[in-house]
Write a protein that binds this ligand. Structure first.
Ligand SMILES: N[C@@H](CCC(=O)N[C@@H](CS)C(=O)NCC(=O)O)C(=O)O
Length: 219
């Protein structure tokens, strides 16, 4: 049995969404980030990223992490790709070319989109006390995103999904990076094919299940 460590309000959304898509059985240990304990409604969380029991799993003290038998993985991308390979089915690659393309889009999203998109989410959801500084951070991050979002938009203008004409793990990882930019009031609207694809991704029952779990967690 695969065990996934990490609360929903973290990058654990990627493997959780993939697990719900595949139906693979798993045990969930909702470890929370230690830095959130001070001001979170989850301050009484019994286990967190600084707990000795979790540091024995991931000495970096970060979530998500996954254990399956002797295999321990501590990067969300590696965990999510592993899950879909284990489960097989339509969201997994069917051949080497599809593997390469799914890895390409997943790496593109985590290297070109995740950082500035996260900056937008953090500035707009946590930085209200310093409005001017927050607005400058958001503008800079939005500018950094326009080139990769234009690339994504051009790709999605002629197809519904990133790889092989079907929904795959590449869409999960890329959408979960783009999602961080959604609090920006206008940015995604500049890229209509990206906006339509995000809506398609988020309409999936497995995304909705993951999102309900996220909303049910203390902020
Ligand atoms: N590259 C890692 C990043 C993991 C990461 O930064 N996780 C955050 C939560 S989303 C965390 O555990 N933060 C707690 C900390 O860094 O102390 C991955 O994608 O898994």
């Amino acid at each position: 049995m695969l065990t996934l460590y990490g609360c929903y309000r973290s990058r654990a959304t990627r493997p959780l969404w993939a697990l719900f898509e595949t139906g693979l059985a798993f045990a969930h240990v909702p470890i929370i980030q230690a830095y959130r304990l001070a001001d979170s409604a989850a301050a009484d969380a019994p286990e967190n990223t600084a707990s000795p029991s979790f540091l024995a799993v991931n000495p970096m003290g970060q979530i998500p992490a996954m254990v399956e038998g002797d295999l321990v993985l501590t990067e969300s991308l590696a965990i999510t790709l592993h899950i879909v390979r284990r489960a097989g089915g339509p969201i997994a690659p069917a051949n080497d070319a599809e593997t390469a393309l799914m890895e390409q889009w997943a790496l593109f999203a985590t290297s070109a989109i995740e950082g500035p998109a996260l900056e937008i989410m953090l500035a707009l959801t946590q930085g209200q006390d310093k409005a001017a500084e927050g607005a400058a951070r958001v503008a800079k991050a939005a500018e950094a995103l326009r080139r990769p979002l234009a690339r994504l938009n051009a790709h999605l203008a002629t197809q519904d999904w990133l790889v092989a004409g079907r929904f795959t793990v590449a869409d999960i990882i890329a959408e979960e990076c783009v999602r961080y930019a959604q609090p920006h009031p206008t940015l995604l609207a500049e890229f209509p094919a990206v906006s339509a694809w995000v809506a398609r991704c988020q309409a999936r029952p497995a995304f909705q299940k993951m999102w309900a779990g996220r909303l049910a967690e203390p902020a």
